[in-house]
Ligand binder design. Sequence first.
Ligand code: G3P
Length: 215
Amino acid sequence: MKFFIDTANIDEIKEAQEMGILDGVTTNPSLAAKENRPYREILTEICRVVDGPVSAEVIATDSAGMIAEADELVKIGDNIVVKIPTILSGLTAIKTLSERGIKTNATLVFSPMQALLVAKAGATFVSPFVGRLDDYAYDGMDLIADIVNIYNNYTFSTEVLVASVRNPIHVLESARLGADVCTIPLKVIKQLIQHPQTDIGLAKFLEDYKKVPKS
Ligand code: G3P
C-alpha cells in the first residue's frame, strides 16, 4: 500500500519524507488555507521536494472551468494530479482530462456508485472519505470494502485512495482490504510506529548492555 501525506505544510512533508515511507501528497483548499500562502506557491514548493503524485484541487464547479484550472495546475509539475469533486460536471471533466493524459483524483466520494462512475470516467484515483462517514455513525471502512470489491469485479485501473483518515485503525483496515493508497496526516503516520513494548524492550536492552564486559 502506498502512503501519501495529507497536508499542504512543507515541513510536515519533509519530515515524512525523511522517514523513507512517503509515496505522494494530497492537498485540498482547507489544508491550503492553514498555510496562509498562495496555493500555487505551496504546490510549486511541494513539487520541488516530492517526486510522487501531488494532488491539487480545482475550485471551479463547472466542467469547462475545472478543465481550464487543470490545464494551469499541471504546468506546476509533471507529478500534479488534479483533484476533481465527484459531481456530474466533475465526471465530464475527469473523462476529458483522462483522454488528454492528465491524471485525476475524484474527491469527496461517499458512495460505491460514485466510485463506480468516476472509474468509468477514467479517474486515476478515487478518494472515499472514511472519517467523515464515521462522523455519521456509518463505518467508513465498509465503503472501502465495497469499492475494492466492485473494482476487483472489473478491469478498472483507478486506484483506491483512502482519505479523511483519522487514526491508525483506518490505515490498518485499508491495508487489510487491499486499498492501493492511504493518505494520512503526519500525526497518524507517527502513531503507526509507536508501541510501548518497543520502548520498554529497547530501554532494557540498553540497560543490560551496560553489564556486558567491554573487551
Ligand atoms: O484527504 C481528505 C482529508 O483532508 C479530509 O480529512 O479529516 O477533514 O475529513 P478530514
